[in-house]
Design a binder for this molecule. Structure first.
Ligand code: PLP
Length: 378
């Protein structure tokens, strides 16, 4: 059994996929082919924004957004403590300071009260200039944008939506990727919409920022790439990867998103009485980048994990530690926040296999194994 079943996906899409890749090979446009422009239009239309700029990966997408805003040394950017490293790495990479806020236990997303406390603490201290909030759509579920927007407006901050895991999810009828001032996603193979290597994209309604990001992703180009008007990056999506995403985007829209939601619903039905299952608030949908259960404590988590492993079921821990516990951020000021929810979640969380292609039999077996070990059926 695979943790995220990419083999079955390739088997299902093989004919179309091989043809799409072969077309790029025949054209020999390996960088900047027609597929890039087509894909950017398709993605912008799907997400519901004016501009999509593809790039090398989801981490670069965050970096490009921060660079477009001129975020750098002396700036504070607020980041949830419970997320993948890139959400804060990109902030530090452009020279700004990540400041961590806690998350809610039931959605795993940014706790707006903790967020507001750290913003005020940074302002009180007066050393850094608050510039932006990185709102992460963790595990496929959008953050609480209505309340985050209130805070962003109150303190004049940009919202950078990190939707590396949230592509396809919705928040009160709006799609992830349209919920920030700039939004980003990743096409890393295991994300909801993946390619066959690294890839990413930036979304925004702001034409000036989109143009700036188009320049920044190709060495700060002016009229062409040998006219360089700023310091940029080399961060393009390969044409082959664009062709892969085009094929996958069709399947994603036609059935994958629906099927992964059906799989998640079966987990919630089968496990809701014995472990803490993820809550999807009213007005939200998830794209289920992963399905994370919370066990009673670390001991129970490790027992369930070992039991699943003995029976050939792979699991992951998202994430083993909060960002404030990463060695590289150990010198960061926490502004009085103790981040207890993240610290607790990291000890009790377990991600179990989820994908649009998980068979009903495999899923029943996973549910049974977890029930055995949590004593639900004893
Ligand atoms: C995967 C991920 C990223 C980074 O994407 P890459 O394409 O791997 O660089 C950023 N943020 C979050 C929340 C992610 O899960």
């Amino acid at each position: 059994m695979q943790f995220r079943d990419l083999k079955s996906q390739y088997r299902a899409l093989k004919k179309e996929m091989d043809a799409a890749i072969e077309q790029v090979l025949d054209s020999s446009d390996y960088i900047a082919g027609d597929q890039i422009d087509e894909l950017e239009q398709e993605l912008a239309a799907y997400v519901g924004v004016k501009h999509c700029v593809t790039c090398g990966n989801g981490t670069d997408a965050l970096t490009l957004a921060l660079k477009a805003w001129g975020v750098g040394a002396g700036d504070a950017v607020f980041v949830p403590d419970h997320t993948f490293f890139s959400s804060a790495e990109s902030v530090a990479f452009v020279g700004a300071t990540p400041v961590f806020a806690d998350v809610y236990e039931d959605t795993f997303n940014l706790d707006v009260e903790s967020l507001e406390r750290v913003i005020r603490a940074v302002l009180d201290e007066g050393r850094l200039t608050p510039r932006a909030i990185v709102a992460v759509d963790l595990f496929g579920l959008p953050a609480d944008y209505e309340r985050i927007r209130e805070i962003a407006d109150r303190y004049h901050l940009y919202i950078l939506e990190d939707s590396a895991q949230g592509f396809g999810s919705t928040y009160h009828g709006k799609r992830a990727g349209s919920l920030g001032d700039i939004s980003t996603t990743s096409f890393f193979p295991a994300k909801p919409l993946g390619c066959y290597g690294d890839g990413g994209a930036v979304f925004t309604d702001n034409g000036e920022w989109a143009a700036l990001i188009r320049s920044l992703r190709v060495h700060g180009k002016g009229s062409d790439k040998y006219d360089n008007v700023r310091i940029g990056m080399n961060s393009r999506l390969d044409t082959i990867q664009a062709a892969v995403v085009q094929v996958k985007l069709k399947a994603f829209q036609e059935y994958e998103l629906r099927n992964v939601n059906a799989v998640a619903a079966r987990y919630t039905e089968g496990l809701g009485d014995c472990v803490k299952v993820p809550r999807i608030p009213e007005g939200y949908t998830s794209s289920w980048a992963s399905y994370n259960i919370l066990l009673k404590n670390e001991e129970e988590r490790d027992q369930v994990r070992a039991h699943l492993k003995e029976n050939g079921v792979p699991t992951m821990i998202y994430y083993p530690k909060g960002l404030h516990q990463q060695a590289v951020f150990s010198g960061c000021c926490l502004y009085g926040e103790r981040l207890p929810v993240t610290t607790d979640i990291c000890r009790r969380t377990l991600a179990i296999p989820v994908s649009p292609y998980l068979s009903a039999e495999d899923q029943q077996r996973i549910i049974r194994l977890i029930r055995e070990k949590t004593g639900a059926d004893a």
